[in-house]
Design a protein around this ligand. Structure first.
Ligand code: AVJ
Length: 312
């Protein structure tokens, strides 16, 4: 049994304002649904970051100022289709580096490894499955410089204090001169953001419902998947997209595996996700507070998204 998940369920569903962590979205099924989200035209984050990594790979490499060989360690690699652009550039330029993708989904890592073996056979790759930090500690051991990749806007899922703690943890596990390339979604027209998250295809809804499905499977729970809907909203003032499951009726959910049951009122919310959008000065503040120096913001042509390069 996943202890961390069990604790999150008990704490989150016992709270007066119910919540669950979006980090548990990514079982194999959830990772697949996330692939579908990334393929929606409304989910601009994918295209924006793809453009950055395709068109600015050379500039990113130049800004690293690394001696060879070096490591690229990617946290939450997923399907790696955006990172591919950067990797391909480096391999074509015959640059000497190793790539260590880390993800919590075994399936996602298997697919990524297979794909890279076929498309970039010259790439030196050592994939890892598991928790970021355990893996980070392992990769820190060698002498060569590292570029840490934390792409896709994943940092936006963390509350401010947690984001800061995470960045500080990255910092502690890096050597002086190591770099972090971090993907962050920029504040923009709220309508654009709304359409990316409250998508008309219902894929993001399925992504959220899958969390209940996962609890049903892993903890023998009896969530009625038809009795919950999805709601989300973007607040331009705070830059926060907040996502929820909505209980459509008064109901009791039994979770056999945890020997607990939880009552939901009609229309009660279960908060599942935060997706934070940043203004550039906020990003610089976050970097500074966690000890980093910002080198460059690599933005797409629409200025929707930034892969920001920080140095320890
Ligand atoms: C993978 C965390 C970047 O918050 O935009 C997509 C996940 N949630 N649609 C995000 C997500 C709803 C995504 N991140």
């Amino acid at each position: 049994m996943n202890k961390q998940f069990a604790n999150d369920i008990i704490t989150g569903l016992s709270a007066s304002e119910k919540h669950l962590s979006s980090k548990f979205f990514y079982d194999d099924a959830g990772s697949r649904i996330f692939q579908e989200i990334m393929q929606m035209p409304e989910y601009y984050l994918t295209n924006s970051e793809f453009e950055i990594l395709s068109e600015q790979a050379g500039a990113i490499y130049k800004a690293l100022l690394f001696n060879e060989p070096f490591n690229i360690v990617e946290l939450g690699a997923g399907d790696g289709s955006k990172t591919f652009q950067l990797l391909e550039y480096l391999v074509n330029k015959k640059i000497d580096f190793h790539y260590t993708p880390i993800d919590i989904s075994q399936e996602a890592i298997d697919i990524l490894s297979e794909k890279l073996k076929e498309t970039l056979p010259q790439l030196s790759i050592q994939p890892k499955v598991g928790d970021y930090f355990e893996m980070l500690k392992e990769t820190k051991a060698d002498e060569i410089p590292s570029l840490l990749l934390f792409l896709g806007g994943n940092i936006g899922n963390y509350l401010e204090a947690e984001a800061l703690a995470l960045l500080q943890l990255f910092y502690q596990n890096m050597d002086k001169g190591d770099k972090l390339l971090i993907g962050m979604d920029i504040k923009k027209n709220p309508i654009t953001i709304h359409e990316a998250y409250f998508d008309r295809h219902g894929i993001t809804k399925r992504f959220n419902i899958n969390l209940l499905k996962r609890i049903n499977r892993e903890f023998e729970a009896d969530f009625d998947l038809e009795a919950f809907d999805f709601y989300c909203h973007y607040s331009p003032e705070t830059g926060e997209v907040k996502s929820y499951l909505v209980s459509l009726k008064e109901q009791v959910v039994a979770i056999k595996g945890l020997e607990k049951s939880f009552q939901f009122q009609k229309n009660e919310l279960l908060w599942t996700e935060l997706s934070k959008k940043y203004a550039i000065p906020e990003i610089e503040q976050l970097a500074e507070t966690s000890g980093f120096k910002v080198l460059t913001h690599f933005k797409d042509s629409k200025q929707y998204f930034t892969d920001s390069l920080w140095v320890k």
